[in-house]
Design a protein around this ligand. Sequence first.
Ligand SMILES: O=C(O)CCC(=O)C(=O)O
Ligand SMILES: [Fe+2]
Length: 347
Amino acid sequence: MSTLLLSSWSREVQSVPANYVFPKDKRPGGDIEVPVCKDLPVIDLSQLDGIDHRVKIVQQIMKANRDFGMFQVINHGVSEELADETMTLFKEFFNMPTEDNAMYYSEDGTKGFRLYTSTMNYIKDGVNTWKDSVRHNICQPLEDDIQSWPENPPRYRELVGAYSVEVRKLSSRILDLICEGLGVELGYFGRNELSKRQSLIVHHYPPCPDPSLVLGICGHTDVNLLTLLQQDISGLQIFKDGQWLGVEPIPHAFVINISDQLEIISNGKLRSALHRVVTNTSIARTSLNTFIGPSLESIIEPEKALVSASEPQLFKSFRLKEYLDINTANLREAKGTRTLEAYKLDI
Ligand SMILES: O=C(O)CCC(=O)C(=O)O
Ligand SMILES: [Fe+2]
């Protein structure tokens, strides 16, 4: 099955196999090289300790979340060297001969660590997407998880472990700023087990003979609380004001995606961003995506303090696990819809 990995065969093909061709209304067509989203905020986190600066940063984040559901952060405290080394490590991992990765390949989505291809499951996905991925559930203590990770390239366990700790810290800093912006107590998300789950999914999008026909990932919003994304090559697009726009890779920046659960918990004060990934003909793209979210059994609903007579509750409550299952089905069918629409209350 590991021979299904794009990295093992895509270099040899001159045209796109039929199971990767998206229906006409969903494929990117001419929208491969779209204009860059110039207004997407780039927020400098370097002076978080200065009180005036902090207030300004909180305001910038809240505005970015209302306008885009996405922003980039620079001077964020994650070591540039560590981020570069981890990116290089994953590029090496996906360039290894397939027989060296074969033992990690699995179609079992419940596995904490697995290498797979397409959206989530090559066989069950409606249309296959042009990517290979490696997923790590990051639990505490980290030492237990690490045992299931590869030992090659040689510093895999050490770098991915250190990277996960650093990015987790950054997520807490950003969530605290969001708490300040929303007016809920600091540590709100941690205390309520809303930011407990962490996973790192690294996508690898090899060059494609015809990017106009395929998608790396079809249009979707992220399903958890917050995503922290590291990229070095363009391909990520955001849907804004009726058109797809490119999210420019900025060296050493993280792209932050507000995700569905944050939109719901904030009672619509923050918005999750619709985005997708397109491919190109010449260069493989690798992205490192850290997802922070509530534990699966959590009951999710708008925070009571953010609901009032003038701001009525917008979403019904639900168990996260159910929501994730519906979202997975939507993604597999490449519906391009926002799962949270189904949870809106009629008001
Ligand atoms: O590869 C990327 O830039 C984005 C990936 C993504 O949107 C996701 O995994 O949810
Ligand atoms: Fe995403």
